[in-house]
Unconditional design. Structure first.
Lengths: 542, 334
């Protein structure tokens, strides 16, 4: 555990990608099995200990530290795990105990339940120093935030053991932590991991933004870009005849547990690419439409995302299905080398063999020419979908983004002028800057005494230089403080970009924006000229 | 009859000793100033008369190139400053020449600590606990997350980084007054006799320390060196120079910083620090609270820093306390 804590600490202070790679590679070479496998899983957020939440840690601290001192410390440090690691009262005159290995820590964390965690965690904290506690809490609650993507970890692994990153990628998703077979192969010269019968992930084909390019519809087929989550459904039958289906997200995470209704509906071995949606009427027709069932807005799908277990009620209220885009493998044949038009024909022929309850086809958008297509795209907002996809009719299915094969042609974002109301300091690197903004629209005529109602919160869309100016604005225009939140003079206008807006019971304004970001800072615009709530409400498409 | 302690009055720009019409560490020029130590936020130029230790006066002379109205007071010495007030200068353990000042008037005793720490420092005299009625303390690191580790551990990290990178140099950002000399003296105490390379802004202050009996060993200027001279060595510069163009002349520097703020990861990351060294010349949380307990005053006043948290601690331990809203004291680099 000490070595892992030291690695994590070193990664925190390293900004250079190459030095990060070197640090991880060196750790992986030196650490024993299965510690290094657990470390890989921890760094890539591949571990989950549902019994330990940030609130668990906070509650442990509040039993030991004055709540006001805790709050002030947490606010200053900007991170719960770090604050707790520093404030934990270390036992005095404790008998020295042998250090815990990372594997032992993982084993103990796995055994915790919500009920036992508050009893067991203190014993672990007592056996570590602040650095160790920090690593332990980060490991237990997730969110390492050391800038290590799964991709970076795989590259480091490949560097550490002198293998190709493609091989690592291929085996990685088929294995589970602590990836013993992967280390045996790469580090100890063992045979490659046996993947027969494992429903493994194949890298997705991705699209370039279209921007100024125009394409000829003779060469490119158009289809809607649905507003759900891209998934890959994989069914494989092993040598003993047992079939298993898995659902992978775009990043290759296995999200099967979140969507149990999809695990028993593929009648044949296949690898299919599609959009995961929930039933509704906001996207592509009515729910009972037989040609293409309707889907709900992303807002509804969000109810299903990120859950480890799903209740029967959830399954009933938000039933998931897959709108198919492409076929990679089918009945033992690999279609990836074949042109898109052949795969499309295969997919269309396949559809009748699939249960309509869980699958439909992403229909093509027919248009006479590019201009006509552009006109159709402009109506896309009414369908609450993201835009259009343009796919070259001869394109093979290749991993990653290849120029001129697939394009995504997103609709333009919606824009609205809002007034900044509150600002909060950021976390991590931004902990000394006010970088999280809450903004509002007028609930009537501001010159006739209307008030601002908060409509959203955003912390992206500005440059570092702009962040400094915003921070300065906040400090100079603070009119009230509520813990880490500052209320500011109602003076500054943001042009906020967002994808869509929905009704919400959680906000006083009754509205919730999807993916709001700060598009422009309107230093020039007087606050009373910002938009009104009615304008935003008119854009609701639930 | 006047109200108790009405003769000492905190104002936004300093603490006013009313009957003597003198100010402690004022943020603007006044006719008569009592200065606790030489850091720029406490010692400003332009006062009519400046009462301070000889070391602090020497530092001020070096910084402001003027010594007019300097009135030296030795540690332990009591001087009458008028209006029936006496002032006694006592060591604060912060930097060379740093002092607390004990004021006595009409049987009432008030101690102003200036900045202080309790751990031993080879470059200055140790803090002296002095009983008083009102204890006016700093609170730069007045949050319970701030506990400074033993300096030996941090110096060990610095020496390890140097040993592991024979082709690079370790660039340590350190306050030019106090921190730099303490880091050098602590390095020397471990038997490290190599040349230590200095940023030009450090030179005069290091010389002043040596003149006051603090041996710092072999020091040379970066401006006189080639990149190869500095490989495998330690370079010390003010924090502002760490990510400045100045550092381009160094051989692949590993950026370290010696500061109490390095206890918090985000602070180190903001400054691009790769090797944080938690070394501070201020009292940490435990030192602050221990000192208040030991001094055991009737009332504690808190001048600057994280005063709300220390105020809360006083409340929890049933001690009377108040926070003074003084302006201009900041210690972003300590």
């Amino acid at each position: 555990m000490e070595e892992f804590a030291a690695l994590l600490d070193a990664l925190v202070y390293t900004t250079s990608r190459n030095r990060k790679l070197a640090l991880i590679a060196a750790y992986l070479r030196a650490a024993p099995d299965p510690d290094r496998g657990w470390a890989m899983a921890g760094l890539t957020e591949g571990l989950d200990f549902p019994a330990v939440k940030s609130a668990t840690i906070r509650n442990l601290m509040l039993e030991r530290v004055d709540p006001a001192l805790w709050a002030m410390s947490r606010d200053f440090v900007g991170d719960t795990a770090e604050t707790a690691s520093l404030l934990w009262p270390e036992p005095e005159n404790a008998a020295p105990q042998p250090p815990l290995s990372l594997a032992e820590v993982v084993e103990r964390l796995s055994a915790l339940t919500r009920a036992t965690a508050p009893r067991e965690l203190p014993g672990l904290f007592d056996r570590m120093d602040a650095k160790g506690r920090y690593a332990l809490i980060k490991l237990a609650t997730g969110g390492m935030r050391v800038g290590i993507s799964a991709r970076l970890a795989k590259v480091a692994f490949a560097q550490g053991f002198d293998v190709t990153v493609e091989e690592v990628e291929e085996y990685w998703h088929a294995l589970t932590p602590p990836y013993t077979a992967l280390f045996q192969w790469a580090a100890d010269g063992g045979p490659p991991p046996d993947l027969a019968g494992v429903p493994r992930f194949r890298p997705f084909m991705l699209a370039h933004p279209l921007e100024e390019t125009q394409v000829d519809l003779k060469d490119y087929a158009a289809e809607w870009k649905w507003d759900g989550i891209r998934v890959q459904l994989v069914r494989t039958t092993d040598t003993e005849g047992r079939a298993e289906t898995r659902v992978y997200s775009r990043s290759g995470d296995d999200i099967s547990a979140t969507f149990p209704e999809l695990l028993d509906v593929l009648p044949m071995d296949a690898v299919l690419d599609g959009e995961l949606l929930v039933r509704g009427s906001a996207q592509g027709g009515e729910a009972n439409d037989t040609t293409q069932g309707g889907a709900a807005s992303f807002n509804a799908l969000q109810q299903r995302l990120g859950r480890k277990t799903v209740s029967g009620k959830m399954l009933k209220e938000y039933p998931a299905f897959v709108r198919l885009y492409d076929v990679l493998l089918l009945d033992g044949t690999d279609w990836r080398e074949q042109p898109w038009k052949s795969r499309r024909a295969t997919l269309e022929a396949l559809l009748p063999r699939l249960p309509a309850s869980h699958f439909d086809l992403s229909l093509l958008v027919e248009a006479e020419d590019f201009a006509a297509l552009a006109a159709i795209r402009d109506t896309a907002r009414d369908e609450a979908i993201e835009g259009l996809m343009l796919k070259h009719r001869d394109s093979p299915y290749v991993a990653g983004r290849k120029v001129a094969l697939w394009y995504k042609w997103k609709r333009d974002p919606l824009l609205i002028d809002c007034v900044v109301m509150y600002a909060q300091r950021g976390s991590g690197k931004r902990s000394s800057f006010h970088s999280d903004f809450t903004f509002g629209c007028w609930d009537g005529d501001p010159d006739a005494g209307a008030e601002l109602l908060p409509v959203g919160k955003a912390y992206t869309g500005f440059t570092d230089a702009e962040l400094k100016l915003l921070d300065k604005f906040v400090r100079q225009n603070t009119v009230g403080r509520f813990g880490p939140v500052r209320e500011v003079k109602r003076e500054l206008v943001f042009e906020v970009a967002f994808d869509s807006v929905h009704t919400s019971k959680r906000h006083k304004s009754g509205l919730a924006m999807r993916f709001p970001r700060i598009h422009r800072i309107r230093w020039d615009k007087p606050a009373h000229e910002a938009d009104r709530i009615e304008g935003l409400r008119a854009l609701i498409k639930d | 009859m006047t109200a108790p302690f009405s003769w000492i009055r905190p104002e936004p720009w300093g603490i006013h000793i009313v009957p003597a019409d003198a100010w402690v560490d004022p943020a603007r020029a006044v006719p008569r100033a009592l200065v606790t130590h030489g850091h720029a936020d406490h010692a400003r130029g332009g006062h009519g008369i400046t009462i301070a230790t000889p070391e602090t006066l020497a530092i001020m002379k070096l910084r402001y190139a003027t010594a007019e109205g300097a009135q030296p007071v030795a540690y332990g010495e009591t001087v009458s400053i008028g209006g029936g007030v006496t002032a006694t200068y006592l060591p604060a353990g912060h930097v060379l020449g740093s002092s607390q000042i004990l004021f006595e008037h009409a049987g009432e005793r008030v101690v102003i600590t200036g900045d202080y720490k309790r751990v031993p420092d080879p470059t200055c005299a140790p803090f002296q606990v002095t009983p008083c009625d009102i204890f006016i303390t700093e609170a730069t690191f007045g949050l319970p997350v701030f506990t400074h580790p033993p300096i030996g551990e941090e110096i060990g990290k610095l020496l390890d980084a140097r040993a592991e990178n024979p082709d690079a140099c370790v660039l340590v950002g350190a306050y030019a007054l106090g921190k730099a000399q303490r880091v050098i003296a602590e390095l020397r105490a471990t038997g490290h006799t190599d040349t230590i390379w200095l940023h030009g802004a450090m030179e005069a202050m290091c010389r002043l320390y040596e003149e006051h009996g603090v041996a710092l060993g072999d020091l040379k200027l970066v401006s006189d060196a080639t990149k190869d001279d500095m490989r495998g060595h330690i370079v010390i510069a003010p924090p502002s120079a760490l990510n400045d163009r100045w550092s381009r002349r160094l051989p692949d520097p590993i950026t370290a910083m010696a500061s109490g703020w390095m206890r918090v990861r985000a602070r180190a990351r903001q400054r691009g620090v790769e090797l944080p060294l938690v070394i501070s010349d201020h009292a940490d949380w435990n030192e602050l609270t221990r000192t208040i307990r030991e001094v055991n005053p009737q009332e504690t006043w808190i001048t600057h820093g994280r005063e709300q948290a220390l105020l809360r601690w006083c409340e929890l331990s049933q001690r009377r306390a108040r926070a003074l809203a003084l302006v201009g004291y900041e210690d972003e680099d300590d």
